[in-house]
Design a binder for this molecule. Structure first.
Ligand code: LLP
Length: 427
């Protein structure tokens, strides 16, 4: 339910607000987040999985107090992977019990803060962490619920598949190597830990459900092994995030209802075959909720035609507000936002203002040939992993996040200032 449209004179509007008004009032570059779209996507996940499941929004995609409040209101939980994310979630009023803590090397301090906050579960990722967490929970006199993150051994097949479930990487405890079963033994032996279930996250920006299906089968397989060895049935499985979104017209994304149905069916079928009670399912979508809900609004600064090659269009941001093109060779589209034009399309590369030639925002796209300095352009689908991966390279000031709804815009994360940078530089 995106509210992006063209106004009477052709300028882009979102949530009923003209992008020229946004640029005038708040400046560029800016991330423009469509609140109604965010809420409807969050709700779609909640509704697709229903009351027998929990949806944890993956805060690493983008986290701010406003979005945590929206998630709270829409009945979602939050997954955090650092003390910083934990603090934002708590500051926004998310109850500790609806927060999950992730990470392959959580610090003692992060574990202490999470236990103190009463997080719903900690997803443990190593034997050392099991020991550390047991000690911390014991010292605080609580029994901490945990999930064990396992590596199910699904291989990365495609270029987009930012894979995390193959064997040769840092996350999780290997199922085939027996580390997962050993982790179960160790958690069950710790009186200060309560083993709630098994976790798997196979990767990100995935369209093909085959990997999720293998993962779900193997996770349920481990539940059956745990029952056989220990006589306990674990009540939860968490199948992670990873559903892909459309960055360009070539991507064909799947709906939350489709993945909910696919995962539910496999878990039910495998449980029936193994004689297990169907566990509670959780998922951790990040990109699929927030990714499509925001675009980045830039002002064109220079237009440089290179004879026989393409035209370089420089904007007032770049790799500091969107590193994904440089880092993953990610594809984006771009649109002229402040007006429409009948001019011929020209091949462009949208680049930033940073001191390297890899500073590319949109590698290949078409914009009207009369594009000129002062025009506003919009790069869609920048809601996930753009603000959250933004940097201060070249002492760039991180852009604000504007939430737009019902004809009004407000700043939910303000633009950085030079004073912000100098406040940290105390030398
Ligand atoms: N759960 C766990 C344990 C994760 O590690 C992740 C993402 C998610 C859930 C959410 O995945 P999503 O639904 O957003 O795909 N920076 C990269 C993506 C890294 C994803 C890291 N983990 C990018 O910009 O594409």
């Amino acid at each position: 339910a995106r509210t992006v449209a063209r106004g009477a004179d052709g300028a882009l509007t979102v949530g009923g607000v003209d992008v020229r008004t946004l640029a005038e009032e708040f400046g560029t570059p800016a991330y423009v987040l469509d609140e109604a779209d965010f809420r409807s996507r969050a709700r779609a996940w909640r509704d697709a999985f229903g009351t027998d499941a929990d949806v944890y929004y993956a805060g690493k995609a983008f986290l701010s107090k406003a979005v945590v409040r929206w998630l709270h209101e829409e009945g979602l939980n939050v997954d955090v992977c650092s003390s910083g994310e934990l603090h934002v979630a708590l500051a926004a009023g998310m109850p500790g019990g609806r927060i999950a803590l992730h990470g392959n090397n959580k610090s003692v301090r992060e574990l202490e803060q999470a236990v103190k906050a009463g997080v719903g579960h900690v997803v443990v990722d190593s034997f050392q962490e099991i020991e550390r967490l047991a000690e911390i929970a014991g010292a605080q006199g609580v029994r901490q619920p945990v999930l064990i993150r396992i590596t199910v051994g699904v291989e990365a097949h495609t270029h987009e598949f930012i894979a995390t479930a193959h064997e040769d990487q840092k996350f999780g405890l290997s199922l085939s190597g027996g580390l997962a079963a050993e982790a179960v033994r160790r958690v069950l032996a710790e009186p200060a830990l309560e083993l709630r279930g098994i976790h798997s996250h196979i990767g990100s920006q995935i369209f093909d459900f085959a990997g999720f299906e293998v993962a779900a089968r193997r996770v349920v397989g481990l539940l059956a092994e745990v029952r056989d060895e220990h006589g306990v049935q674990l009540p939860e499985v968490d199948l992670g995030g990873g559903l892909g979104i459309a960055y360009t017209a070539e991507d064909d994304p799947r709906e939350p209802a489709e993945i909910a149905a696919a995962l539910g069916e496999i878990v039910r079928r495998e449980c029936a075959a193994a004689g297990l009670t169907v566990p509670r399912i959780s998922v951790e979508p990040g990109r699929a909720i927030v990714g499509p809900t925001a675009f980045t609004l830039y002002e064109v600064g220079t237009v440089k035609p290179l004879e026989g090659l393409r035209t370089y269009v420089s904007v007032d941001g770049g790799m500091s507000d969107n590193i994904r093109t440089a880092l993953y060779d990610a594809a984006y589209s771009v649109a002229l936002a402040s007006r429409t034009s009948d001019a011929e399309p020209m091949l462009v590369r949208v680049v930033g203002k940073h001191c390297e030639s890899g500073d590319i925002v949109v590698k290949d796209a078409f914009l009207p040939a009369d594009l000129a300095p002062g025009d506003l352009i919009a790069v869609p689908a920048t809601g996930a992993y753009c603000r959250s991966m933004a940097s201060n390279y070249n002492h760039a000031l991180k852009p604000p996040v504007l939430a737009v709804a019902d004809g009004a815009a407000r700043v939910i994360v303000r633009r950085e200032t030079e004073e912000d940078l100098l406040r940290l530089d105390i030398g």
